[in-house]
Design a protein around this ligand. Sequence first.
Ligand code: ZN
Ligand code: ZN
Length: 349
Amino acid sequence: MTEVLSTRKIMNRKAPNRSTGIINGESSNILNWDDVRYSWAYPKYKRMLANFWTPFEISMAKDIQQFSDLTEAEQDSFLKVIGLLALLDSIQTDYAGKMADFITDSSINALMIILAQQEVVHNHSYSYVLSSIVSKNLQDKVFEYWKTEPKLIARNEFVTNGYQAFAENPTIENMLKSIIFDVILEGLFFYSGFAFFYNLARNQKMVGTSTMINYINRDEQIHVDLFVKIFKEVLNENPEYNTQELEQYTIEAFRRAAELEIEWAGEIIGDKITGITMSEITQLIKFTANLRCNQLGFGKGKVFPEAPSKNPLRWIKAYEEVDLGKSDFFEQKSRQYTKVNDDNGFDDL
Ligand code: ZN
Ligand code: ZN
């Protein structure tokens, strides 16, 4: 099955305002939130707006003092994780734009544009952190890591090959597969990095950076949920693509992705970071791979049947779900944020 995707027309007077399909549909391309095809689109829009934040709101004063007090291993991992996240979020901005071109529904296109804007903010936060704590020379070096670190190259190419296949040959099948890689990028490949920062934060280290990481984490959960919804709508409207092969492909992709993530965790956490062990992080990665595969609709415990069915790191869950509007969990905040609730299905399978 290699049905090609058509791009969304800039304007189509003959088509209805409410689209006729998420892909290869008809749409006038006008956006009226009170006349959209998918009932989940408007709540999602409100949620994405409510999460708006920028790095300027977060003070780095304490982090600047603390960075030199970190152990050498912590400093090294800190910079590597930032370098990795910077690359993933850069690619993500571009992928969201490419995806948006083939969505034939003006409201879902609008959500993709907001998602892309949030990725730009994430990237800004990495420059903001680095320009605060290290020299310009070192900052430039960190943004080069992804070109030479072998473990990073293996991981990144795993995802970008899937994106590239869709960009070069935009078929329905390639779009669906690219969404699987998206969920790997936004829903799995960030997670040992997040764990590293939350572990620092619970020891009251680098809380400014961790606050930003928490905002990014919260955005990424919404992004995963948005792509999952798109994936399910595409399959719902094109059921001939909902095959055993796709399920098998997804499970295999998550298994390989988890292996790559565990290798990367060995590089940045290993046995050199106090407060977090490789066995814990391995369990977290396997749990997360199962969770994402289930979110995509393929059932519980499919990737690693032996992995725990609840988030094995309870203290991480606390960091992810902190109510940033009311709590001083991260010590600092400068404005009210929407309450983080757990309707992203993050915790339990
Ligand atoms: Zn991001
Ligand atoms: Zn994202």
